[in-house]
Design a protein around this ligand. Structure first.
Ligand code: NAD
Ligand code: WQD
Length: 467
């Protein structure tokens, strides 16, 4: 007997994946909808590996209401939805406000529409301490005034809370809890899931772990002239597993009818503030590693200090953050190391051997195959990645008359396509001309364009994260 089904949007993401693990551990069944715009498919496998339980995963965009409706209609009696899916990069939201308003607001509207349509009663919503801006009184309580948002991202969270309030007011069968997260950091103790920032991280802790790993030269500390004891800005850092657990208690509260209002809001933090310098020092203590730091000017839009008054969540939800700062930082470091080791292995897996390259070329040669330019490109790339052949002209002649049977096994076919995608990348991206070449091979392998795109996305991400 399970406790019932929970739909988790954005469940392949950082906080969503940790919450999926806690839900499964608590006896719920988990359905995930995620378009993988900021996450990886392998995280779903990892959630299953950690828990030994199955996840019902649907790669879909929440903006596509017809598809969401179709997915949800296939399940009956979903007890609640945890809505994580959103874009979250503050700086990017300033540059692309429409993208942020559309993704964050329309996805919420679609979630509320399916809840009404299928009678799903309970919603936990990912809100943020960003709604407070720089509070006048610290620690900040849920009663603090909501000030004008400092970014379109922050505004999407303020608007979302209002939309939820209006919707539950109008519909007596809907209940919601918004959790205002402070600064989630760290990773699951298994080091199988964690935060996966694309490109250069904006957030402090991923930047620290990447610097420690040697991917970044130094940590830039944004300002040491704040009105704080050591001059650096203060935040309330909370372990992502403590945060994930808050979602379970929030859901349980609504499912068992213990909520006091139809829409409730709770701060989810530790109640402690730590400065940037303290984080760096504690990371050094936790790992024994040194981090090169450089004090630079303040980052635009940053507030000076904020930490949570968590008494409402402690009392009402019976929830407390438990994991100490040192463990938050050592778990972040363990995840960074494990993830880098895995992607190195992954890259090595794609270190082409001559046999694989021969098969790949033979496949490409067959009717309507690669053109002269493409063959030239591939041979040069093969040389670059260390494939050595005494006489390329002779070798090419031999390969052009060699017939390689298309493997029956789909995984093997995808491996050949992935080999080609690796070769086709220029500066970490597959551009149009090379894409056309990949499409030809995909066609021969009977792999559709959609799957090719997935493979490309995955490999591009892999290279980006390793860059
Ligand atoms: P994340 O980017 O790791 O996870 C979000 C997930 O949603 C990703 O897997 C992404 O692919 C998916 N997604 C985005 N748009 C989608 C769409 N239209 N359809 C389907 N899937 C979509 O981010 P996270 O750190 O796990 O954050 C989760 C939530 O918590 C977000 O709403 C975020 O705004 C909020 N939040 C995060 C923080 C933080 O510091 N990480 C702090 C406060 C609030
Ligand atoms: C923490 C501190 C930086 C990077 C953001 C969003 C917020 C919420 C959480 C979603 C700050 C300093 C950072 C670096 C640094 N997200 N820093 N060097 O800014 O508190 O909050 O994430 O809702 O909305 O704004 O988190 O991790 O970016 O920064 O000195 O390279 O570290 O200035 O004082 P922030 P952060």
């Amino acid at each position: 007997m399970t406790k019932g089904k929970i739909l988790v949007t954005g469940g392949a993401g950082y906080i969503g994946s940790h919450t999926a693990v806690e839900l499964l551990n608590d006896g719920y069944e988990v359905i995930i909808i995620d378009n993988l715009s900021n996450s990886n498919r392998f995280i779903i496998d990892r959630i299953q590996k950690i828990t030994g339980k199955k996840v019902f995963f649907h790669q879909e965009d929440l903006l596509n209401f017809a598809k969401v409706e179709q997915i949800v209609s296939a399940y009956n009696n979903i007890k609640g939805i945890i809505h994580f899916a959103a874009y979250k990069a503050v700086g990017e939201s300033v540059e692309k406000p429409v993208l942020y308003y559309e993704n964050n607001i329309v996805s919420l509207l679609n979630v509320l529409k399916v809840m009404t349509l299928f009678g799903i009663p309970n919603l936990v919503f990912s809100s943020s301490c960003t709604v407070y801006g720089q509070p006048d009184i610290l620690p900040v309580t849920e009663e603090a005034p909501i000030k004008k948002a400092l970014s379109p991202y922050g505004n999407t969270k303020q608007i979302a809370e209002e939309i939820i309030a209006d919707t539950v007011y109008a519909n007596k069968n809907l209940f919601s809890i918004a959790l205002r997260y402070f600064n989630p950091i760290g990773a699951h103790e298994s080091a199988l899931i964690g935060e996966l920032p694309l490109g250069i991280p904006n957030n402090l802790v991923p930047f620290v772990t990447q610097t420690a790993y040697g991917l970044r030269e130094e940590l830039k500390i944004f300002g040491n002239d704040y009105n704080t004891p050591d001059g650096t800005a203060i935040r309330d850092y909370i372990h992502v597993v403590d945060l994930a657990k808050a979602h379970i208690v929030a859901l349980n509260r609504m499912i068992s009818g213990n909520n006091k209002e139809s829409f409730e809001i709770f701060n989810i933090g530790t109640g402690n503030g730590n400065s940037v310098m303290e984080i760096v020092n504690e990371f050094k203590n936790a790992t024994g590693l040194d981090i090169k730091c450089n004090i630079v000017g303040r980052r635009e839009g940053d507030i000076e200090q904020v930490w949570a008054d968590t008494s409402l969540a402690n009392m009402e939800l019976g929830w407390n953050a438990k994991i100490p700062l040192r463990e938050m930082l050592s778990s972040a470091w363990n995840w960074e190391k494990a993830y880098r080791a895995d992607s190195k292995q992954e890259k090595e897996k794609y270190n082409l051997n001559l046999e694989h390259f021969k098969n790949l070329m033979a496949l490409g040669f067959s009717n309507n195959g690669f053109n002269a330019e493409e063959i030239n490109f591939l041979v040069n790339k093969a040389k670059d990645v260390g494939i050595s052949v005494a006489n390329w002209d002779e070798w090419m002649k031999e390969v052009s008359s060699f017939t390689f049977q298309i493997p029956q096994n789909m995984d093997e076919r995808e491996e050949y396509l992935a080999d080609l995608v690796h070769l086709a990348m220029v500066d970490g991206k597959v551009h149009q001309t090379e894409y056309d070449m990949c499409l030809k091979l995909a066609d021969k392998l009977e792999i559709d364009a959609e799957n090719l795109d997935k493979i490309i996305k995955l490999i591009e991400k892999l290279w980006k994260n390793d860059a």
